[in-house]
Design a protein around this ligand. Structure first.
Ligand code: NDP
Length: 326
Protein backbone atom coordinates (compact mmCIF):
# COMPACT_ATOMS: atom_id res chain seq x y z
CA UNK A 1 0.00 0.00 0.00
CA UNK A 2 1.19 3.48 -0.82
CA UNK A 3 0.35 6.39 1.50
CA UNK A 4 1.06 10.09 1.69
CA UNK A 5 2.30 11.25 5.08
CA UNK A 6 2.53 14.75 6.52
CA UNK A 7 6.27 15.16 7.21
CA UNK A 8 5.86 18.33 9.30
CA UNK A 9 3.00 20.54 10.44
CA UNK A 10 2.14 23.11 7.79
CA UNK A 11 3.37 26.66 8.22
CA UNK A 12 1.20 28.94 6.11
CA UNK A 13 0.14 27.33 2.84
CA UNK A 14 1.09 23.62 2.56
CA UNK A 15 4.19 23.03 0.39
CA UNK A 16 5.31 20.00 -1.66
CA UNK A 17 8.11 19.22 0.80
CA UNK A 18 5.57 18.84 3.64
CA UNK A 19 4.42 15.52 2.10
CA UNK A 20 6.17 12.19 1.67
CA UNK A 21 5.09 9.08 -0.22
CA UNK A 22 5.72 5.85 1.68
CA UNK A 23 5.07 2.23 0.77
CA UNK A 24 4.47 -0.73 3.03
CA UNK A 25 3.23 -4.27 2.70
CA UNK A 26 -0.12 -5.08 4.31
CA UNK A 27 -0.40 -8.20 6.51
CA UNK A 28 -2.64 -11.14 5.51
CA UNK A 29 -6.33 -10.70 6.42
CA UNK A 30 -7.63 -12.00 9.73
CA UNK A 31 -11.18 -13.27 10.18
CA UNK A 32 -13.66 -10.38 10.12
CA UNK A 33 -11.38 -8.16 8.01
CA UNK A 34 -11.53 -6.88 4.44
CA UNK A 35 -8.92 -5.48 2.06
CA UNK A 36 -10.01 -2.41 0.11
CA UNK A 37 -8.55 -0.52 -2.82
CA UNK A 38 -9.24 3.21 -3.12
CA UNK A 39 -10.62 4.41 -6.47
CA UNK A 40 -11.41 8.05 -5.65
CA UNK A 41 -10.04 10.30 -2.95
CA UNK A 42 -11.32 13.61 -1.67
CA UNK A 43 -9.23 16.63 -0.73
CA UNK A 44 -11.08 19.07 1.53
CA UNK A 45 -10.30 22.37 3.24
CA UNK A 46 -10.80 20.87 6.74
CA UNK A 47 -7.56 18.92 6.26
CA UNK A 48 -5.62 22.17 6.69
CA UNK A 49 -6.90 23.13 10.20
CA UNK A 50 -7.53 19.54 11.38
CA UNK A 51 -4.02 18.37 10.41
CA UNK A 52 -2.73 20.64 13.17
CA UNK A 53 -5.29 19.44 15.71
CA UNK A 54 -5.40 15.72 14.92
CA UNK A 55 -2.18 14.58 13.23
CA UNK A 56 1.36 14.05 14.47
CA UNK A 57 4.28 14.72 12.17
CA UNK A 58 4.86 11.58 10.08
CA UNK A 59 1.22 10.44 10.23
CA UNK A 60 -0.67 9.48 7.08
CA UNK A 61 -2.75 12.45 5.88
CA UNK A 62 -6.40 12.26 6.89
CA UNK A 63 -9.24 11.95 4.43
CA UNK A 64 -11.96 9.89 2.84
CA UNK A 65 -12.19 7.78 -0.28
CA UNK A 66 -14.50 5.58 -2.29
CA UNK A 67 -12.97 2.12 -2.14
CA UNK A 68 -13.77 -1.34 -3.48
CA UNK A 69 -13.47 -4.58 -1.53
CA UNK A 70 -10.69 -6.70 -3.07
CA UNK A 71 -10.61 -9.55 -0.57
CA UNK A 72 -13.00 -10.33 2.25
CA UNK A 73 -13.02 -12.40 5.40
CA UNK A 74 -16.19 -10.66 6.55
CA UNK A 75 -19.48 -11.78 4.98
CA UNK A 76 -21.07 -8.36 5.60
CA UNK A 77 -18.61 -6.79 3.11
CA UNK A 78 -18.53 -8.88 -0.08
CA UNK A 79 -15.81 -8.64 -2.72
CA UNK A 80 -16.67 -5.97 -5.31
CA UNK A 81 -18.72 -3.82 -2.89
CA UNK A 82 -18.11 -0.06 -2.87
CA UNK A 83 -17.83 1.89 0.37
CA UNK A 84 -17.01 5.39 1.53
CA UNK A 85 -14.20 5.08 4.05
CA UNK A 86 -12.16 7.46 6.13
CA UNK A 87 -8.79 5.73 5.78
CA UNK A 88 -6.58 8.67 4.84
CA UNK A 89 -4.44 9.27 1.77
CA UNK A 90 -3.73 5.62 1.03
CA UNK A 91 -4.13 3.27 -1.93
CA UNK A 92 -5.02 0.07 -0.03
CA UNK A 93 -6.12 -0.61 3.51
CA UNK A 94 -7.49 -3.27 5.79
CA UNK A 95 -10.71 -2.65 7.69
CA UNK A 96 -12.79 -4.58 10.18
CA UNK A 97 -15.84 -2.93 8.61
CA UNK A 98 -16.30 -0.21 11.23
CA UNK A 99 -16.88 3.16 9.59
CA UNK A 100 -17.37 1.71 6.08
CA UNK A 101 -20.47 3.35 4.60
CA UNK A 102 -22.06 1.57 1.64
CA UNK A 103 -23.22 3.66 -1.30
CA UNK A 104 -27.02 4.06 -1.06
CA UNK A 105 -28.88 1.10 -2.58
CA UNK A 106 -30.66 3.40 -5.06
CA UNK A 107 -27.33 4.69 -6.47
CA UNK A 108 -27.94 5.10 -10.22
CA UNK A 109 -25.61 3.12 -12.54
CA UNK A 110 -24.82 6.21 -14.62
CA UNK A 111 -23.64 8.39 -11.72
CA UNK A 112 -19.93 8.46 -10.93
CA UNK A 113 -19.21 6.89 -7.55
CA UNK A 114 -17.00 9.88 -6.74
CA UNK A 115 -20.22 11.84 -6.12
CA UNK A 116 -20.35 10.03 -2.77
CA UNK A 117 -17.45 12.32 -1.81
CA UNK A 118 -19.07 15.44 -3.27
CA UNK A 119 -22.60 16.49 -4.22
CA UNK A 120 -24.15 13.31 -2.77
CA UNK A 121 -21.65 13.04 0.08
CA UNK A 122 -20.19 15.12 2.89
CA UNK A 123 -19.99 18.48 1.03
CA UNK A 124 -23.55 18.08 -0.32
CA UNK A 125 -24.83 17.23 3.15
CA UNK A 126 -22.98 20.24 4.55
CA UNK A 127 -24.80 22.50 2.10
CA UNK A 128 -28.13 20.76 2.68
CA UNK A 129 -28.27 20.79 6.49
CA UNK A 130 -26.30 24.01 7.01
CA UNK A 131 -28.54 25.97 4.68
CA UNK A 132 -31.91 24.39 5.45
CA UNK A 133 -31.55 23.88 9.21
CA UNK A 134 -29.57 26.97 10.20
CA UNK A 135 -30.41 29.61 7.58
CA UNK A 136 -34.01 28.47 7.28
CA UNK A 137 -34.52 30.06 3.83
CA UNK A 138 -38.06 31.04 2.84
CA UNK A 139 -39.36 31.56 -0.68
CA UNK A 140 -38.26 34.99 -1.89
CA UNK A 141 -35.34 35.27 0.54
CA UNK A 142 -31.96 36.43 -0.70
CA UNK A 143 -29.21 33.90 0.05
CA UNK A 144 -25.53 34.84 -0.06
CA UNK A 145 -22.76 32.23 -0.29
CA UNK A 146 -19.02 32.68 -0.79
CA UNK A 147 -16.53 30.17 -2.22
CA UNK A 148 -19.68 29.64 -4.27
CA UNK A 149 -18.08 27.69 -7.11
CA UNK A 150 -16.67 25.08 -4.74
CA UNK A 151 -17.98 21.73 -3.55
CA UNK A 152 -20.24 23.11 -0.81
CA UNK A 153 -21.01 26.58 -2.20
CA UNK A 154 -22.22 25.35 -5.59
CA UNK A 155 -24.76 23.10 -3.86
CA UNK A 156 -25.86 25.82 -1.43
CA UNK A 157 -26.77 28.16 -4.30
CA UNK A 158 -28.71 25.48 -6.14
CA UNK A 159 -30.66 24.39 -3.06
CA UNK A 160 -31.48 28.06 -2.47
CA UNK A 161 -32.91 28.19 -6.00
CA UNK A 162 -34.87 24.95 -5.48
CA UNK A 163 -36.41 26.62 -2.40
CA UNK A 164 -37.46 29.67 -4.43
CA UNK A 165 -34.78 32.07 -3.17
CA UNK A 166 -32.52 34.50 -4.98
CA UNK A 167 -28.95 33.16 -4.95
CA UNK A 168 -25.95 35.48 -4.82
CA UNK A 169 -22.46 33.97 -5.03
CA UNK A 170 -18.88 35.16 -4.99
CA UNK A 171 -15.84 33.34 -6.35
CA UNK A 172 -12.25 34.02 -7.33
CA UNK A 173 -12.18 33.82 -11.13
CA UNK A 174 -14.28 34.81 -14.11
CA UNK A 175 -14.47 31.16 -15.25
CA UNK A 176 -16.05 30.39 -11.91
CA UNK A 177 -18.59 33.20 -12.36
CA UNK A 178 -19.56 31.66 -15.72
CA UNK A 179 -20.04 28.30 -14.01
CA UNK A 180 -22.22 29.89 -11.30
CA UNK A 181 -24.45 31.48 -13.93
CA UNK A 182 -24.75 28.11 -15.70
CA UNK A 183 -25.99 26.40 -12.56
CA UNK A 184 -28.56 29.09 -11.88
CA UNK A 185 -27.09 31.74 -9.56
CA UNK A 186 -28.90 35.06 -10.03
CA UNK A 187 -26.04 37.41 -9.15
CA UNK A 188 -22.32 36.69 -9.02
CA UNK A 189 -19.14 38.66 -8.50
CA UNK A 190 -15.40 38.06 -8.37
CA UNK A 191 -14.26 38.99 -4.87
CA UNK A 192 -10.68 39.33 -6.08
CA UNK A 193 -11.31 41.97 -8.73
CA UNK A 194 -14.17 44.11 -7.33
CA UNK A 195 -12.95 47.47 -6.05
CA UNK A 196 -15.12 47.22 -2.93
CA UNK A 197 -16.76 44.16 -1.39
CA UNK A 198 -19.38 46.38 0.25
CA UNK A 199 -20.34 47.90 -3.11
CA UNK A 200 -20.41 44.51 -4.84
CA UNK A 201 -22.66 43.09 -2.13
CA UNK A 202 -24.97 46.11 -2.31
CA UNK A 203 -25.17 45.96 -6.09
CA UNK A 204 -26.02 42.23 -6.08
CA UNK A 205 -28.84 42.77 -3.57
CA UNK A 206 -29.63 46.43 -2.79
CA UNK A 207 -32.04 45.46 0.01
CA UNK A 208 -29.55 43.18 1.73
CA UNK A 209 -29.48 39.50 2.62
CA UNK A 210 -31.79 37.25 4.60
CA UNK A 211 -29.38 34.31 4.69
CA UNK A 212 -25.61 34.14 4.56
CA UNK A 213 -23.84 30.81 4.17
CA UNK A 214 -20.31 31.58 5.29
CA UNK A 215 -17.38 29.60 3.86
CA UNK A 216 -14.62 32.20 3.87
CA UNK A 217 -14.57 34.50 6.93
CA UNK A 218 -12.19 37.45 7.35
CA UNK A 219 -12.73 40.60 5.32
CA UNK A 220 -15.58 39.08 3.34
CA UNK A 221 -17.52 38.39 6.53
CA UNK A 222 -16.84 41.89 7.85
CA UNK A 223 -18.44 43.34 4.73
CA UNK A 224 -21.29 40.81 4.47
CA UNK A 225 -22.50 41.23 8.07
CA UNK A 226 -23.08 44.90 7.40
CA UNK A 227 -25.38 44.02 4.49
CA UNK A 228 -27.63 41.64 6.39
CA UNK A 229 -31.32 42.39 6.71
CA UNK A 230 -32.89 42.55 10.15
CA UNK A 231 -33.38 39.07 11.60
CA UNK A 232 -30.92 37.63 9.06
CA UNK A 233 -29.56 34.12 9.60
CA UNK A 234 -25.90 33.22 9.18
CA UNK A 235 -24.57 29.66 9.04
CA UNK A 236 -20.83 29.66 9.68
CA UNK A 237 -19.61 26.65 7.74
CA UNK A 238 -16.00 27.58 7.05
CA UNK A 239 -13.34 30.26 7.29
CA UNK A 240 -10.95 29.25 4.52
CA UNK A 241 -9.39 32.70 4.19
CA UNK A 242 -8.02 32.28 7.73
CA UNK A 243 -6.88 28.62 7.74
CA UNK A 244 -3.28 29.38 6.79
CA UNK A 245 -2.85 32.14 9.41
CA UNK A 246 -0.52 31.24 12.24
CA UNK A 247 -1.42 34.38 14.20
CA UNK A 248 -5.16 35.08 14.53
CA UNK A 249 -6.02 38.35 12.82
CA UNK A 250 -8.63 40.75 14.15
CA UNK A 251 -11.08 42.58 11.95
CA UNK A 252 -13.73 45.20 12.62
CA UNK A 253 -15.91 44.44 15.64
CA UNK A 254 -19.12 42.86 14.42
CA UNK A 255 -21.21 42.81 17.59
CA UNK A 256 -23.15 46.02 16.77
CA UNK A 257 -24.39 44.50 13.51
CA UNK A 258 -25.43 41.31 15.23
CA UNK A 259 -27.14 43.34 17.94
CA UNK A 260 -28.99 46.04 16.01
CA UNK A 261 -29.96 43.79 13.11
CA UNK A 262 -30.92 41.04 15.58
CA UNK A 263 -28.96 38.48 13.56
CA UNK A 264 -28.65 34.83 14.39
CA UNK A 265 -25.20 33.41 13.67
CA UNK A 266 -24.28 29.78 14.31
CA UNK A 267 -21.26 27.67 13.54
CA UNK A 268 -21.64 24.01 12.70
CA UNK A 269 -19.82 20.81 11.85
CA UNK A 270 -21.85 18.66 9.49
CA UNK A 271 -21.50 15.50 11.61
CA UNK A 272 -24.04 16.99 14.04
CA UNK A 273 -26.68 15.72 11.56
CA UNK A 274 -25.10 12.25 11.24
CA UNK A 275 -28.38 10.58 12.19
CA UNK A 276 -30.12 12.38 9.33
CA UNK A 277 -27.46 11.72 6.65
CA UNK A 278 -29.60 9.05 4.92
CA UNK A 279 -32.45 11.57 4.58
CA UNK A 280 -30.13 14.25 3.19
CA UNK A 281 -28.35 11.87 0.86
CA UNK A 282 -31.64 10.53 -0.50
CA UNK A 283 -32.88 14.04 -1.26
CA UNK A 284 -29.59 15.16 -2.85
CA UNK A 285 -29.52 12.05 -5.07
CA UNK A 286 -33.15 12.61 -6.03
CA UNK A 287 -32.44 16.22 -7.08
CA UNK A 288 -29.38 15.05 -9.04
CA UNK A 289 -31.42 12.38 -10.85
CA UNK A 290 -34.16 14.92 -11.64
CA UNK A 291 -31.55 17.33 -13.04
CA UNK A 292 -32.41 19.98 -10.43
CA UNK A 293 -28.98 19.75 -8.84
CA UNK A 294 -26.00 19.94 -11.18
CA UNK A 295 -22.65 18.70 -10.04
CA UNK A 296 -19.18 19.52 -11.30
CA UNK A 297 -16.01 17.69 -10.38
CA UNK A 298 -12.45 18.89 -10.70
CA UNK A 299 -10.65 15.59 -11.33
CA UNK A 300 -6.92 15.07 -10.84
CA UNK A 301 -5.57 11.81 -12.21
CA UNK A 302 -3.11 9.74 -10.20
CA UNK A 303 -2.59 9.14 -6.50
CA UNK A 304 0.91 10.60 -6.87
CA UNK A 305 -0.72 13.99 -7.53
CA UNK A 306 -2.70 14.11 -4.29
CA UNK A 307 -0.61 16.80 -2.55
CA UNK A 308 -0.74 18.94 -5.71
CA UNK A 309 -4.51 18.58 -5.84
CA UNK A 310 -4.83 19.51 -2.17
CA UNK A 311 -2.58 22.57 -2.50
CA UNK A 312 -4.37 23.56 -5.71
CA UNK A 313 -7.81 23.31 -4.08
CA UNK A 314 -6.73 25.54 -1.20
CA UNK A 315 -5.56 28.10 -3.78
CA UNK A 316 -8.83 27.93 -5.70
CA UNK A 317 -7.84 25.87 -8.75
CA UNK A 318 -11.00 23.75 -8.51
CA UNK A 319 -14.44 24.33 -9.94
CA UNK A 320 -16.84 22.10 -8.02
CA UNK A 321 -15.56 19.18 -5.96
CA UNK A 322 -11.82 18.43 -5.99
CA UNK A 323 -11.41 14.66 -6.55
CA UNK A 324 -8.40 12.46 -7.20
CA UNK A 325 -8.93 9.41 -9.38
CA UNK A 326 -6.73 6.34 -9.31
P1 NDP B 1 -14.13 24.32 -2.13
O1 NDP B 1 -14.43 23.31 -3.16
O2 NDP B 1 -14.99 25.53 -2.03
O3 NDP B 1 -12.60 24.73 -2.30
C1 NDP B 1 -12.07 25.76 -1.56
C2 NDP B 1 -12.29 27.12 -2.28
O4 NDP B 1 -12.10 28.14 -1.33
C3 NDP B 1 -11.30 27.39 -3.38
O5 NDP B 1 -11.70 26.81 -4.60
C4 NDP B 1 -11.27 28.91 -3.41
O6 NDP B 1 -12.17 29.39 -4.39
C5 NDP B 1 -11.77 29.33 -2.03
N1 NDP B 1 -10.74 30.07 -1.30
C6 NDP B 1 -9.49 29.68 -1.00
N2 NDP B 1 -8.83 30.64 -0.32
C7 NDP B 1 -9.70 31.69 -0.23
C8 NDP B 1 -9.62 33.00 0.35
N3 NDP B 1 -8.50 33.42 0.97
N4 NDP B 1 -10.71 33.79 0.27
C9 NDP B 1 -11.83 33.36 -0.35
N5 NDP B 1 -11.96 32.14 -0.90
C10 NDP B 1 -10.91 31.32 -0.84
O7 NDP B 1 -14.13 23.63 -0.70
P2 NDP B 1 -15.40 23.04 0.07
O8 NDP B 1 -16.61 23.36 -0.68
O9 NDP B 1 -15.10 21.64 0.40
O10 NDP B 1 -15.39 23.87 1.43
C11 NDP B 1 -15.87 25.21 1.46
C12 NDP B 1 -15.87 25.68 2.90
O11 NDP B 1 -16.75 24.88 3.65
C13 NDP B 1 -14.52 25.62 3.60
O12 NDP B 1 -14.38 26.74 4.42
C14 NDP B 1 -14.62 24.37 4.42
O13 NDP B 1 -13.77 24.39 5.54
C15 NDP B 1 -16.08 24.39 4.81
N6 NDP B 1 -16.65 23.09 5.16
C16 NDP B 1 -17.21 22.97 6.40
C17 NDP B 1 -17.82 21.84 6.79
C18 NDP B 1 -18.48 21.80 8.12
O14 NDP B 1 -18.93 20.73 8.56
N7 NDP B 1 -18.58 22.92 8.80
C19 NDP B 1 -17.84 20.65 5.92
C20 NDP B 1 -17.28 20.88 4.61
C21 NDP B 1 -16.69 22.07 4.26
P3 NDP B 1 -12.05 30.88 -5.01
O15 NDP B 1 -11.39 30.71 -6.35
O16 NDP B 1 -13.44 31.31 -5.10
O17 NDP B 1 -11.19 31.68 -4.09
Amino acid sequence: AKSWTMVRHFEGAPKPEDFKLIEKELPPLKDGEVLLESEFWSVDPYMRPYSKQKLKEGDVMMGSQVARVMESKNPAFPVGGYYVAYAGWTTHFISDGKGLAPLPSNWPENLPKSLALGAAGMPGLTAYFGLLDLCNPKEGDVVLVNAAAGAVGSIVGQIAKIKGCKAVGSAGSDDKLGFLKEIGFDEVFNYKTVSSLAEALKKASPDGYDCYFENVGGKFADAALQQMKDFGRIAVCGAISLYNDSVPSTGPYIQPYILFKQLRMEGFIVTRWQDRFPEGQKQLLQWIIEGKLKYHEHITNGFENMPASFMGMLKGENIGKAIIKV
